[in-house]
Design a protein around this ligand. Structure first.
Ligand code: HEC
Length: 141
């Protein structure tokens, strides 16, 4: 009994420390989309989104320029397609070199919330929507 109480307390302290760490990270920028982009996408698509990330030479197919998504789609930013590409819902992306973030974010949601009840779908959707919004802002005029 005492043992289980202790471990719950320890988890609580660990969770607090974890929250503190993520607040500190947020200090860098409040822009969730940019933060997610910089840490998950810039390695291939480039810091400016133009497809010149440092990882690009190692890909079989180079990562496309993400600042011309609207231009290449008749001037309209293809929100649904971009969302699905990131989520990895489209069957054609299963074989692509681009990681499937929908899955990755679900795993991260588990780490983030630990024992707190949470809805992984909300965590995943929030991040993907923030990325879609950020990419929309990157579009070349
Ligand atoms: C390992 C390298 C890599 C990483 C990391 C990566 N991508 Fe990609 N991405 C690619 C490649 C290669 C393609 C083109 C071929 C394909 O569809 O797989 C692509 C395609 C795309 C497309 C479709 C572009 C078009 O012209 O239709 C979008 C949108 C996209 N990526 C967004 C992202 C976002 C957002 C992230 C971060 C969450 C990300 N990518 C992370 C390699 C990567």
């Amino acid at each position: 009994m005492a043992g289980s109480k202790f471990s719950r307390g320890t988890l609580f302290v660990a969770a607090l420390a974890f929250c503190g760490a993520s607040f500190a990270q947020q200090g860098a920028t409040k822009d969730l989309g940019k933060r997610e982009y910089d840490s998950n996408c810039a390695s291939c698509h480039g810091a400016d989104g133009k497809g010149n990330g440092p990882y690009n030479p190692y890909l079989k197919r180079s990562a496309p320029d993400l600042t011309t998504l609207a231009k290449r789609n008749g001037g309209v930013f293809p929100i649904a397609r971009v969302y699905q590409t990131i989520e990895g819902a489209g069957a054609e992306h299963g074989s692509s070199e681009m990681p499937i973030w929908g899955q990755d974010y679900k795993v991260k949601a588990g780490e983030y919330y630990m024992e707190t009840p949470y809805d992984p779908e909300v965590f995943v959707r929030t991040r993907i929507l923030a990325l879609v919004d950020y990419l929309n802002r990157l579009q070349a005029k």
